[in-house]
Design a protein around this ligand. Structure first.
Ligand SMILES: Nc1ncnc2c1ncn2[C@@H]1O[C@H](COP(=O)(O)OP(=O)(O)OP(=O)(O)O)[C@@H](O)[C@H]1O
Ligand SMILES: [Mg+2]
Length: 435
């Protein structure tokens, strides 16, 4: 092992489990830092840099969820693998909300553990770091984004869904002097307006009924780092005014707070709406628009950079082949033509999902057109409902096999919700191990 070998923090109160985890981690080439309980782990996080946390959920002193929240405050977007014997769907969802990367249920096999760790580490080294492109337009944009990164300016990233807005935002963060500090993303469209304010700015104890203790908002959690306000076009007029104040004064008002709290945060906003139009229609504040759009970064849709399709497809094939333990090494010419001819309305995300599924079902070293067939149904292969269902169940079982029965992972691979998978499995009658 070299000096630069990455370390993984392992937190478990059970000594035997800790040792087993250490052995697994060491065997796949990472160092371990061991902690017996959350308090010990949080102490250790202060002194050393780790690339990932593997933690138990039920431990003395502090439960796993509280620990994850604390660790997030210290480490920002560090990948976390949760291990638990007490899983219910509810706390799985709760834990996933904290940005936990994966979830393993006891008892698990050695292979499913090392598989989960390797897949997370792999994602970590690809996701958010590497922007793959061969297009001149994109190269210019990345250069511009690099310049924005060096300044402390607010940036506005525009682009259709799936064009890489979040990836570019992470690139700016990683290339900035704030790179070691938190990167916190919040989706303004996903949170109801009345909750969004407390999510962003936090509240004091007693600020409203149910505010039993003080809570920091995302701006405070992102202090000295970067906050990504995703889908800013969805923000209400009242919050737009509050955000403008934050940008101007560099301080936030907690709900129920007596005085403003200073924050040092770079704001990056994204939208797939035409903000100029929204502004003209009176839906978006003009002053906020001009404040945000000092550096508009426009991501071109995939159809405007066709030269990227092959490069991205090969990149994703390589990545998923490794992740899924396959030996796919490329595409047939016909498959490449097929990819080049598609419209890609969902842009890179759609391409990524298509390749993911194709790698999963590929039966040989080269992905062929048939491996994309599922994306096309029901329009192209006119099957009756029954065989369509069979095929769907086949795919679900195949995916569950690949993910060692991990439904959360399978849901991600297939681009559906965990609930959908559960419902389909329930309706099907075949028993699959819990997970
Ligand atoms: N140039 C690229 N190279 C490699 N991966 C990319 C590239 N662009 C996008 N991706 C991948 O495509 C997926 C979608 O990207 P991202 O989430 O950044 O898009 P988005 O514009 O924020 O989408 P949405 O509007 O749906 O939120 C991600 O998995 C991302 O890693
Ligand atoms: Mg996004």
């Amino acid at each position: 092992m070299t000096e630069s070998t990455k370390s993984i923090l392992v937190v478990d109160d059970d000594r035997h489990m800790r040792n087993a985890l250490q052995e697994a981690v060491t065997r796949i080439g990472y160092r371990t830092v061991l902690a017996e309980n959350p308090a010990d782990a949080l102490d250790k996080l202060d002194g050393i840099s780790v690339s990932m946390i593997v933690t138990d959920m039920k431990m003395p002193g502090m439960d796993g969820l509280a620990f994850i929240k604390e660790a997030r405050k210290k480490m920002g977007s560090l990948p976390i693998l949760v291990i638990t014997g007490y899983a219910t769907v509810e706390n799985a969802v709760e834990v996933m909300k904290e940005g936990v990367c994966d979830y393993l249920m006891k008892p698990f096999s050695f292979d499913s553990l090392t598989g989960a760790i390797e897949s997370i580490m792999l994602r970590g080294s690809h996701n958010g770091r590497e922007i793959i492109t061969d297009s001149e337009k994109m190269k210019k944009l990345i250069q511009l984004a690099g310049n924005v990164a060096l300044s402390d300016m607010t940036a506005l990233i525009l682009g259709e869904s799936g064009t890489g807005k979040e990836l570019l935002a992470r690139f700016i963060h990683k290339s900035s002097r704030r790179s070691k500090k938190p990167f916190i993303a919040i989706n303004c469209a996903a949170i109801p307006d009345n909750l969004l304010e407390s999510e962003l700015f936090g509240f004091e104890k007693g600020a409203f009924t149910g505010a039993n203790e003080k809570k920091s908002g995302k701006f405070e959690l992102a202090d000295s780092g970067t906050i990504l306000l995703d889908e800013i076009g969805e923000m209400s007029a009242i919050l737009q005014a509050k955000l403008l104040r934050v940008l101007q004064e560099k301080e936030i008002d907690r709900i129920g707070g007596k005085q403003p709290v200073p924050v040092d945060v770079r704001v990056i906003a994204t939208t797939n709406r035409d903000l100029l139009k929204e502004m003209e229609g009176g839906k978006f504040r003009e002053d906020l628009y001009f404040r945000l759009s000092v550096f508009p970064l426009q991501l071109p849709p995939l159809r405007e950079r066709p030269e990227d399709i092959k490069m991205l497809a090969e990149h994703f094939a390589k990545r998923f082949s490794l992740e899924l333990n396959k030996t796919v090494s490329g595409f047939t010419d016909e498959a490449l033509e097929f990819l080049a001819a598609r419209k890609w309305k969902g842009n890179i995300r759609e391409l990524e999902n298509a390749i993911h599924r194709a790698v999963l079902i590929a039966g040989s070293e080269y992905i062929c057109v048939e491996d994309f067939m599922l994306d096309e149904y029901p329009s192209q292969c006119r099957m009756d409902n029954g065989s369509l269902k069979d095929m769907e169940m086949d795919l679900i079982f195949k995916t569950l096999e690949e993910t060692n029965g991990n439904k959360t992972k399978a849901a991600k691979v297939l681009g559906v919700s965990v609930r959908t998978i559960r419902n389909k499995l329930n309706g099907h009658g075949k028993i699959f191990p819990a997970g």
